[in-house]
Design a protein around this ligand. Structure first.
Ligand code: NAD
Length: 281
């Protein structure tokens, strides 16, 4: 029987744990505050920001919303980040991406103080992950490690293949699997004989950004398959990078879309906000 890795249930469990931690912190007079900045009103970004605010409210994290006009200049945004960096009562700063074209995303993300960078995108946090030091880790890959751990799947000694080498998913995922003592291969758009590489995997993480690209022939019998992709198909239904119906019978465990990796990202963002208090001490 294939184990269905239930991201909805696991993320709910993490949120409950965080809610309790935040309540205990409040009893000691410690409040957690997240500043969320959105520039412009891209509808998808508004949904993501709304979900983050809702999660904060549920857990007891105080959220500050900065909804800036599309025409906001890079200088204005940098100034706001500088102000929030200075504020002792702001623990986390999150800038919703994508930013309007006239703003340099890299410059903005680099300006967030590494100890307030709850998205884990700052080069200092990426460097810390690389050499195994404390710091914020990108939420989606951190969530995948929690999915594996809380589903009783050990990484140690396993052949792990990550398809995709983006800065926010593929690369940090590979580093985290290495930290868990996996034997890690990163495959990408220039990989030759992709199927041969992926068929070696005991744990296959797919972050390729192509709907249903990964079919059963890419997967070894009994592998664990983690699907990071999110797409809408022609019927407006959500699907992943993995062809679930084709692949699931061949695996020992698999994440569905929706209800797999997706809900973990916000849960780990909330976790980073709570952790920020200790890191800032
Ligand atoms: P990306 O486009 O930045 O990276 C895709 C990667 O796939 C690239 O590194 C590329 O080298 C590789 N790739 C592309 N075509 C390939 C091919 N034919 N063979 C092998 N490798 C190939 O995407 P991303 O930001 O890493 O996101 C990947 C997917 O995950 C997207 O569907 C995205 O929507 C989704 N995503 C989901 C969450 C979540 O919370 N669930 C978070 C982030 C991203």
């Amino acid at each position: 029987m294939t184990q269905l890795i239930d991201g909805k249930a696991i993320s709910a469990q993490i949120k409950e744990e965080l809610k309790e931690r935040v309540a205990t912190m409040k009893e000691r007079g410690v409040e957690v505050t997240l500043a969320v900045i959105q520039v412009g009103n891209d509808p998808a970004s508004s949904v993501y920001v709304g979900n983050k605010k809702k999660a904060c409210a549920y857990i007891g994290i105080h959220s500050l919303a900065y909804e800036l006009a599309e025409e906001t200049s890079e200088e204005e945004l940098l100034k706001l980040i500088d102000e929030l960096n200075e504020k002792k009562d702001v623990n986390g700063i999150l800038v919703q991406l994508p930013l309007p074209k006239h703003i340099n995303e890299e410059k903005i993300l680099d300006r967030i103080h590494p100890l307030k960078d709850v998205d884990g995108f700052h080069p200092q946090n990426v460097g810390s992950l690389c050499i195994g030091r404390k710091g914020f880790v990108s939420c989606t890959p951190a969530g995948i490690i929690q999915l594996l751990k809380r589903s009783g799947i050990s990484v140690e000694g396993k052949e792990c293949v990550v398809i995709g080498r983006s800065n926010i998913v593929g690369k940090p995922m590979a580093l985290l699997l290495l930290q868990e003592n996996g034997t890690v291969t990163v495959a990408h758009s220039k990989t030759r004989n992709l199927k041969e590489v992926t068929r070696r995997a005991d744990i296959l993480v797919v972050a390729v950004g192509k709907p249903k690209m990964i079919t059963a022939e890419y997967v070894k019998e009994g592998a664990v398959v983690i699907d990071v992709g999110i797409h809408r198909n022609e019927q407006n239904k959500l699907c992943g990078d993995v062809d679930f119906d084709d692949v699931a019978p061949k695996c020992s465990a698999i994440t569905p879309v929706p209800g797999g990796v997706g809900p973990m990202t916000i849960a780990m963002l909330m976790n980073n906000c709570v952790e920020s208090v200790a890191l800032q001490k």
